[in-house]
Design a protein around this ligand. Structure first.
Ligand SMILES: [Zn+2]
Length: 437
């Protein structure tokens, strides 16, 4: 083989002037040939080894003695290309399942993708659609993995990541003195069956989306020109799922999303930080959860949401685009910035017949302590949820809300687990734990 191989390489490289070489053609053909040689060597090595035939083998599933039923060949897509691998097959007569001990040893159980290819599927499908992932694998690695297969394997991997996330909480080192926890929800477009019986924002009262809830933890570093604290980009972690904040029948258990928040905050040391700050918009579930999990934390309502309510009231009272609306809105905004909430409420009270003014008024009344902006500024705290909204866009919108996408809840949650672990730089740790199982 070796002589023929060198002859092939010589032919590929040619003997004429190097300027006349088709560099790309050589690279591409050369890589394919190199992979093929290694693939053949690997397949030959594996197929020559029959040590997986054992005198006694117990069943994978039920533990009963299983019977050897010959060698079976399966084609596995590997980083070296497709390889036909023959393995000892065992049959259990008690529970009627068949299995290959070697598949389990090599990480090939229940899949026709090798571990290295599965990893490529994971890192691409976390970032782009299944079809694009398939196209990238073909373009970059010369591998044929159909979009449907990418979907199945990425979701299976995501489910394993989600299970690992639930069971493994390894706290970071010493946390920053001040840590922020931002909570928010954002819609994921889902298939019709996933919204049956749920109220939504469609004109007929139906829903097209389910809400993914996100917990974002970060520390600040430095200040912008207005002296507002900036996020430390290295410190941001995101953990989310389409999950309920409602408790199960037993009130002793935390809701699934509350448990997720607890794990993420323990991982990040938020629970040990000297100063805990929780940021959100006005959604009641956010503050119920904050009270439940971290009663001592400082709660802050995003200042831009608060100002949005003021200007909405201004437009409703005086008409959109009018000078009067602009002037009134600015006055209320300045009062808000100076912490003069009574003045804002008094101004709103003059317009009780206006629903937007009423809404703004109850927003302020319900969130009063969370809107003490002069105090928060004096403490040097972040008062906006820009980091959280950025995370919603980055984690959810760019992957889950693209044209025509309709998810199942299970599928979306699996891919969200995959996407979060990759964006949080936790994929390598997961992969090590997975290999160690
Ligand atoms: Zn069995």
């Amino acid at each position: 083989m070796a002589t023929a191989l060198w002859a092939d390489i010589d032919r590929l490289l040619g003997e004429g002037p190097v300027e006349a070489l088709d560099f790309e053609a050589i690279e591409t053909a050369g890589r394919r040939a190199a992979l093929e040689v290694m693939g053949q060597a690997l397949a030959a090595r594996l197929n020559a080894d029959h040590s997986d035939v054992r005198a006694a083998q117990s069943c994978d599933r039920c533990g009963a003695p299983a019977r050897y039923a010959g060698r079976r060949t399966k084609t596995v897509v590997t980083a070296l290309g497709p390889l036909a691998l023959a393995r000892a097959w065992y049959q259990c007569d008690r529970c009627h399942t068949g299995f290959c001990p070697r598949d389990r040893a090599l990480g090939l159980s229940g899949t026709s993708l090798s571990p290295a290819v599965l990893r490529m599927v994971g890192v691409t499908a976390a970032r782009v659609s299944f079809a694009e992932s398939s196209a990238l694998l073909r373009e970059l690695a010369g591998l044929a993995v159909e979009p449907k297969q990418v979907e199945r394997q990425a979701e299976a991997l995501g489910r394993a990541i989600a299970a690992d996330e639930r069971s493994t909480v390894e706290p970071d080192g010493a946390p920053a003195d001040t840590l922020y926890l931002g909570l928010d929800g954002t819609g994921v477009p889902v298939r019709r069956a996933e919204t049956r019986g749920r109220r939504g924002k469609q004109p007929d009262g139906s829903a097209k989306t389910r809400e993914a809830k996100l917990a974002v933890v970060w520390a600040s570093a430095g200040r912008d020109q207005d002296n507002n604290p900036l996020r430390d980009p290295e410190s941001v972690s995101v953990n989310g799922a389409i999950e309920t904040v409602a408790c199960a029948d037993t009130d002793t258990d935390l809701s699934p999303f509350a448990q997720r928040v607890l794990r993420e905050t323990q991982r990040r040391g938020f629970d040990r930080a000297k100063q805990q700050v929780i940021l959100g918009d006005g959604a009641p579930w956010i503050w119920n959860l904050a009270d439940e999990l971290f009663p001592d934390a400082i709660q802050i309502v995003d200042v831009f949401h608060a100002k949005g309510y003021l200007f909405e009231a201004a437009r409703a009272i005086y008409g959109a685009g009018t000078d009067l609306a602009q002037q009134w809105g600015k006055q209320r905004r300045d009062e808000l910035d100076r912490g003069r909430l009574d003045a804002v409420l008094a101004a709103l009270a003059e317009h009780t017949s206006c629903p937007e003014a009423e809404a703004c008024s109850s927003y302020i009344t319900n969130n009063r302590e969370r809107m003490n902006y002069p105090h928060f500024r004096a403490l040097g705290l972040c008062i906006t949820t820009g980091v959280v909204e950025g995370a919603c866009k980055h984690v959810v919108a760019t992957r889950f809300k693209r044209g025509g996408m309709r998810w199942t809840v299970n599928g979306a949650n699996a891919v969200m687990a995959l996407r979060c672990v990759i964006l949080n730089n936790g994929f390598d740790d997961f992969w090590e734990r997975r290999a160690g199982l």
